[in-house]
Ligand binder design. Structure first.
Ligand code: MLT
Length: 409
């Protein structure tokens, strides 16, 4: 029989959100009359904004016309979208990123999952705990981790993010080659300020490491002390790759469009010590394995940067942040300690009465018909915590909040 990649067998359970999906489906089947509200997976509820819909429609018409039809597009993404991104998300903030350093993709999840394959299987990886499971699982699949012991993999550097350190990753004493940072953070909602991010960039410079910076929730930043891009920090353009997405910014979770910035200044070395451009290697990878995001979708994403598009997406983001406020207030009323929700659409709460994360999940589902995400699903440090998202509709968020305040622990 054909042998499989043995590293896959080290993966723990199934992907977190599919486990939750199965549990919720079973509950709904057993209780068909109950109205379940999901504050679980971070999936948006609001439709695409009118400016985006208009652009998508126009692009569909172009594709249906022999004169304007397009086949394969550039693997890196169309120039019109890369230019719009470079201008609005970087140059407008005095960051010198140009369009050729930007790669359009079908999602930050796939990019952040795929990016690790550019590095040797021997590199030492550091990641936050709790953590977005994709960073960990893809490194397990690639064989960079040792065995799973007492809730953690050996041969990995876990950056414990706890209430004591305000859920902020601390600089490790040891050397890491690759560091995954997610800010604003999924799942805790914590966001690195300028000073904290500067120490990470300095660490990466001193250690010749690379930071994989997941900034998918950048649009939710409200405080001026929080940088919107790692490239706001001097020197980051030589040590960091940034992942951004239209999913949570513009409701593209089902439409699929994101981008990754790989500045020309980021260099990596081979076994002999010769240097190579990481950007060129990523381009090589993408041209081989990816055929680009649909033209229609890229036109939709471009419309996000129009004046109307910006005003419309900001209104939706504001609505989600109002949901976050509603959830935070409800938790306060229920006497539950909560964090996040200020620069991120995620609320991270301490389970009442020292309940384990999955026990709280069951209680919330059984007694309030509200779905959330058990903190322990994001790592050992998440045990005893729980995540709620602000992405549902205002009406259902209000209802979920009211149900939560009525719970007795
Ligand atoms: C989440 O709930 O953490 C997100 O939906 C995951 C994702 O964006 O892939």
């Amino acid at each position: 029989m054909t042998q499989i990649n043995a590293h896959y067998l080290k993966l723990q359970g199934s992907y977190l959100f599919s486990t939750i999906g199965k549990k919720v489906a079973a509950y709904k089947e057993a209780h068909p009359s109950q109205k379940v509200i999901s504050l679980g997976i971070g999936d948006v509820s609001q439709p695409l904004v009118p400016a985006v819909v208009k652009a998508l429609r126009a692009a569909v018409d172009e594709m249906g016309n022999a004169d304007t039809f397009r086949g394969y597009g550039p693997e890196q993404g169309y120039s019109f979208l890369r230019e719009a991104i470079a201008k609005a998300d970087y140059q407008a903030r005095n960051i010198a990123i140009d369009k050729d350093e930007i790669f359009i993709s079908d999602g930050a999840k796939s990019d952040v999952a795929n990016f690790q394959e550019l590095f040797s299987s021997q590199v030492k990886v550091a990641l936050q705990d709790p953590v977005y499971p994709v960073y960990l699982d893809t490194n397990v699949m690639a064989g960079r981790t040792g065995v799973f012991q007492e809730g953690r993999f050996t041969n990995l550097i876990y950056l414990s993010c706890t209430e004591e350190n305000n859920f902020m990753p601390q600089i490790p004493a040891e050397h890491a080659d690759i560091i995954y940072l997610c800010s604003p953070n999924n799942p805790t909602g914590a966001a690195l300020n300028r000073e904290q991010l500067t120490s990470w960039v300095k660490y990466a410079q001193a250690n010749e490491s690379i930071i994989l910076y997941d900034s998918a929730y950048e649009a939710y930043i409200t405080q001026p002390k929080i940088p919107h891009s790692i490239y706001e920090i001097a020197g980051a353009e030589k040590v960091a790759v940034e992942f951004r997405s239209f999913s949570k910014t513009a409701g593209f979770t089902g439409t699929r469009c994101a981008y990754t910035v790989v500045p020309r200044g980021v260099q990596v070395k081979d076994e002999q010590g010769s240097t190579h451009s990481l950007r060129d290697l990523w381009l090589r990878r993408q041209t081989t394995k990816f055929n680009g995001v649909p033209y229609i979708v890229q036109r939709g994403a471009e419309a996000v940067y129009s004046e109307k598009g910006q005003a419309q997406i900001r209104a939706v983001i504001l609505q989600y942040m109002q949901n976050a406020h509603i959830i935070l207030e409800a938790l306060k009323t229920a006497g539950i300690r909560a964090f996040g929700g200020e620069n991120a659409p995620y609320i991270w709460l301490k389970t009442p009465g020292g309940l384990k994360s999955w026990d709280f999940f069951e209680i919330l589902l059984e007694n309030a018909q509200v779905v959330g995400t058990p903190g322990v699903g994001f790592g050992q440090c998440g045990e005893g915590y729980f995540r709620l998202t602000a992405f549902n509709t205002p009406q259902l968020t209000q209802e979920a909040a009211a149900r939560i305040t009525q719970l007795k622990f």
